[in-house]
Design a protein around this ligand. Structure first.
Ligand code: BGC
Length: 253
């Protein structure tokens, strides 16, 4: 019998940064440094592949013995990327999983970034043991969502791209953390936008729990208490590492 895999590598490709780490699968924690490089301008496939190689090189992952999960900020179906909100248009309809496997010379597991963060929080974090509907949102360059029912993920929900009634742009453009930075909002002003967004999600999905991830979740104390919702809302336990941890966990399945 093959020895049980105890560690796996996760790489989380985002609109702004590409992060990676080696994950202890029993604990769901990083056992390496968290390595981060900037996402290359334009996020074209060849450049992103180069950046992923750099992350793996810095982590010292040189062979394919350890499972590798790669998370990407787009709809991922059958290994293909089907959208491109914050990356190059070339990813739309692109055989991305195969592209990374050929480029890295090894198997990978490839999935949407918010979905893998949701898996990490179900297995090792804020959504562990939660019955009913959990909706994880990542607030970063974009807004990613993971819809989980009784611990089972419904993939590719893309609820950051819900349209705001009466507005041309979607919620992501107005409510992501990048919108807060762009519009130089205070926590209070940003929370007013988040209130509209989470009210809408609450009405549509009647969730039992909201989990908030993305880099800004480390400042959850600044904005979550400002929200008035009927649904519990908590920060992701693994904050901005949830993508790395979830990608690694799925790769080892
Ligand atoms: C993308 C999603 C992604 C999210 C967070 C959105 O713009 O459409 O696929 O999960 O950003 O990165």
């Amino acid at each position: 019998m093959a020895a049980k895999t105890t560690h796996a590598v996760g790489v989380d490709i985002g609109g702004t940064g590409i992060k990676g780490g080696i994950v202890d699968l029993a604990q769901g924690t990083l056992v390496s440094d968290r390595v981060k490089v900037a996402t290359p301008p334009g996020a074209h496939p060849k450049d992103v592949l180069g950046a992923v190689k750099e992350v793996l090189g810095t982590l010292g992952v040189t062979d394919d013995k350890m499972p590798l999960g790669v998370a990407f900020p787009a709809i991922v179906k059958g290994g293909r990327t089907l959208s491109a909100a914050n990356v190059a248009e070339a990813w739309v309809g692109f055989e991305a999983e195969k592209f990374f496997e050929d480029g890295l010379g090894r198997d990978i597991h490839f999935a949407n970034d918010a979905d893998v963060a949701g898996v990490a929080e179900v297995r090792y974090g804020a959504a562990k043991g939660e019955a009913g509907i959990v909706l994880l949102t990542t607030l970063g360059t974009g807004i990613g969502t993971a819809l989980i029912h009784d611990g089972v993920l419904v993939p590719n929900t893309e609820l950051g791209h819900l349209n705001r009634a009466g507005h041309k742009k979607d919620f992501e453009a107005w409510t992501a953390y990048s919108a807060m930075e762009r519009d130089e909002l205070t926590w209070k002003k940003w929370a007013e936008r988040l209130q509209v967004y989470y009210d809408h999600l609450e009405f549509l999905f009647s969730p039992d729990l909201f989990v908030v991830g993305g880099g800004v979740s480390k400042h959850a104390d600044e904005f979550l208490p400002l929200l008035k919702l009927s649904t519990r809302i908590v920060p992701a336990v693994h904050r901005n590492n949830a993508g790395i941890i979830g990608a690694a966990a799925l790769a080892a399945d």
